[in-house]
Design a binder for this molecule. Sequence first.
Ligand code: FES
Ligand SMILES: [Fe+2]
Length: 335
Amino acid sequence: MFIRNGWYVAATAKEVGRSLLARWICGEPVVMFRKEDGAPVAMEDRCPHRKTQLSLGSLVGDEVQCLYHGLRFDGAGACTFIPGQGNIPPRLRARVYPLVEKHTWLWIWLGDPALADPGTIPDYRWNDAPGWTPVGGYLNFKADYRLLVDNLLDLTHETYVHARTIGNMAVAHTPQKTETEGETVRVTRLMKDCDPPPLFRRARNFTGNIDRWQKIVFEPPAHIKIDAGGAAVSPADAGKVLNWWILNALTPETEASTHYFWSVSRSFLQDDAELSDLVRRQTVQTFEEDRDVLESQQRMIETDPAGGALLAINCDAGGVAARRIIDARIRAEAP
Ligand code: FES
Ligand SMILES: [Fe+2]
């Protein structure tokens, strides 16, 4: 069900410090912390001795001390101390995962560590590049991550689900183009001379129509970046452009829940703190609307006595292509 040889966001860089943070990732318990020099560590959150959750214990210097019998493990997973016992059996090792800090997030690799190349971490430069102002956050959805992938690769639903923020009629009525190249899926929708949706109007004070665009890129395991915006067409608004990237790093928690790391990064009115606040609030509102739909969808899928496949129409082409890539990767990794 999960790609394991791939980079997932495990936490925001700020979330992890000098205490133990527990989080399930792809059905595996993980504990994270930073060493005294700031280096981040991710370890299986299960003591090699009797399987107690290590995150119930404490951080002693750069070592994790298990709550139950006081064994200590260093950042490489080696057991360094057994109370009352001199020799340490080498098999008493905690599993550690590669964990890399990049673009304000911490990236974990659950699969074969020999294949973990930090050079292949997806490009989320808009989180910390000069010229861009990001707002971001973390949400937890009680839904299969693939439902979030479907949702973000088909923005047709904006018209119906997000009419108060980013939905307008042009979205649902303009077909989108889907292209697959290797493991990348691109979904593009160009809406000519349409009315700006409510958030666009508030963020950029458009008085007339805009040419609106949505350019969505998917790459595995579950990363979706959306270049979205609008350019004024009316002479009264000449030169006004709204351009932001909606960045979505999806990390499965379990088969039926997802860690959702998001940011919206803009290249206009960069120092406008009030606008940042507006974008943050409206984005959270928009994603909460998605949550209501997706969590309900998850419940209805789980309780459907008939089982049966989800049906696809034209607008589902992006999600179908992404799921095909995910399935192929999972099959390729199967022993
Ligand atoms: S279970 Fe962790 S020290 Fe015994
Ligand atoms: Fe949505």
